[in-house]
Structures are given as structure tokens and as C-alpha cells.
Design a protein around this ligand. Sequence first.
Ligand SMILES: [Zn+2]
Ligand SMILES: [Zn+2]
Length: 436
Amino acid sequence: MQAFVAITEGEENPLTTHVYKKRRRARACTACDLVCLLPVLRPGEQANCARCRHVLARRHLHPVQRSIALAITALISLLIAVTFPFIGVEAGSLDNQILIGQTAEALLILHQPLVATIVAVTVIVLPALYLAGVIMMQAGMLRDIQRDYSDPIARTFTKLHPWMMADVFIIAALVSLVKLVGMAEVHLGVSFWAYCLFAILLLMTTRSVDTGWLWCSLAGEPAPPANLRFGISAAAQQMTGCPTCGLINSLSASGTGKCVRCGDRLHLRKQQSLQRTLALLFTGVVLYIPANTYPMMITTSFGQSHSATIIGGMIEFWKSGSQPIAVIIFVASILVPVLKMLTLILLSWAVYQGAATHALHKTRLYHLTELIGRWSMVDVFVVAIMVALIQSGNLMSITPGPAALAFCAVVVITMLAAMAFDPRLIWDSQGNRHES
Ligand SMILES: [Zn+2]
Ligand SMILES: [Zn+2]
């Protein structure tokens, strides 16, 4: 994909020109708040912020048809994946095969309703709702636009992305396979391959939905405030870019307002960003202690119980010769959550102190934290798969330990903490300098 940097300075006032009204849009970067004028993009091109290089817009060829085709294929793959067996195991008297939905069901039976709900929601329910939403809205766009239902769908679109974890579930399935290979004969069902295809198609669908274009088609592109200036932050002009549709709106003296296009509530900065981030981080740090000290999984074999903590499980993988899997567990369950919590604490501290240096690096670090946080769910999904698969009464069974709930909560809470943090605060003390 070819990248273009959005124009920020030296532009003639484009607000009154025909070309601008038709094709060009003003956007406030969601990462650094710089007001940029997007270039006219052709399919396959993207525009990046001139200051922090954050992606401001992407164009695809035939975006509606492309999203519909991808979403329909993804939904069919998901239907196949939930209907047919996912993985089967055979070892002595143990002969079991499971459907994907049974991973959540087994957790529910074993008194882990919260973990079961999170597994079901992130692996099946949210992706299915998202895909149905894409199909409904894009199909409506091809015919007559029904804003009554398309607006709420469009508003929730971007908020769902991090919570759909099909790709993480695939990695968890692979880790489970390695774990099982030593103790049983494993069969991969049709559903496993269908779910792999679904994970890829879901990723392609989320990338193909062009929010800017979508809102422009739904409600047009109202002109931004007449006194808007490019090359400085929107907040310095008492304006903000709408977090939902991207349109730049003027705010009241108290820094609040409502988007004139999508109706979303607007604030100069995320409300109580630092307080909420730190409160969530503190909760995450506290929960990380039981997540590591209590067992994650309890294996009962011929009446003998063996429990393993996250670190214990990792060491067992290492000793049994599965070093790559031990590394995956170490990165997903220990390195990522710890680094994520430390990074967010340091970023919050730097903002609180009004540090005006290295804003670009800090922004990149923040985006990396946001991107990798969800991968920590690998261990929770491994527990869900193993618990569902290995159930053979007293002969052999696996049950989730208390750490499963604590660790699941750590992942969800640190994701919420990253979402509560406002990266634009990093740039506020930086002023309008272009480089850190
Ligand atoms: Zn930026
Ligand atoms: Zn809006």
C-alpha cells in the first residue's frame, strides 16, 4: 500500500473550493491531534499524519462490494467452524472431540462463568455480530440508505476491533496441539481449518471497512469550522476530531459538544484519562499476583492431581523439549502484560510531569502496547481448549484453576487501561513542534 503524508502547512484556504467540498477532508490526528488536510487518495493508497505518521485514512477499490464479499465469506467460514468438530483426541479410554462452542461450555460447567462468557464473546459472538453488521450496512448502502439502523452500527464498528480475538484463538489452538501431542493422538477437524480461514477473512474485513468513506456515504461531509487552521493541534483551536466519524467539530468553552454528523459526544480529551488509566492499571497489577501464584490448570490423572501455574506450565514446556511454545507462553503471559503495565505507568507519569521530549517514540510505544495487549489471551484460550478436550471422569480430566479468572481479568483490564489513555496528552506539552 502506497503511503502519502497529509498536508499541514502552506495550503491556500481550501474550505471554499469546489475540489475540497467534493474530495478533500480535514482531519485531526487521533494520536497527536495535529490538524491535517488529507490528499485525494486513490484505491490502495493511505494518508499518514505529517507529525507522528499515524494512519489517517486508507482507500480500497470498491470498498462496499469488497467488505460485503469478505464479510459473507467470513460468516460462512464461521458457521462451518461452529458446526463441525474442532479438535479430537484419542488416548486409551479417552476418546473425545469438541466443537468450538464447547470450550466456553466446559468452562461454564466447571464454574467459571465469567471466563466462559469472555471466551464465547471474543471468539464467536462479537465477530459474528460484527460481520452481520458489515453485511447489513453495506448492503443498505448499495440500495437505499437506512440511517436508523446504519448509524448505530457504524458507531460501534471501530470499538469492536480489539475485542475480536479469532487470531489469538488460533495460536492458542496450536499451543494446545503441542501440549496434547505427547499424551494423546490428536485429530484436527474441518472446523479447525474453517476457523483459520475465518480468522484471516475477519482480519481482511476489518481492514477493508473504510470508516471515513462510510460516514461520508451515510451523512455526507459537512464543512469543518470556518476558522479551522492546519498544522496546529485541534485542541489549541477549541476543536476536536470526532472519535467515531473523524469530522472536526467546534467545542463549547467547557470543552464538550456533540458531533454534527454522527451525534457522538465530544470532549477535548478523553475524560479523566490519567485517573482512569492508573486506576485500571492498579487493579491489573493487584490481580496479576493471584494470576501468577494460583494454578492456571489442574490435571487429574488416575486420581492424582497436578496443578500448574503460568510459570510452572511454561517450565514444563521447556523441559519437555517444546522450547518455542515455552517462549510463546513467556511472551504472551509474562512479558506482554508486564511490559504493557510498565509502559502505561511510565507514559502516564511522563504526561503528569508534563515531559515534552520524545513524543514520537512515546506515541509509537503506546500504539505497540495497544496492539499486543490482546495476545495475552493465548493462555486463557489454551485452558478453555484443554478443559473441554480432556474430560474422562477419574481417569483423566483437566479443570481450570483460580488463576484463569484472575489472568483473564488482567488482560481485559489492561486493555481497558490502554483504551482509557489518551495519546494526544503526550503531545500537549510538546506544543506544535514537529519532532520530539
Ligand atoms: Zn499525528
Ligand atoms: Zn462524528
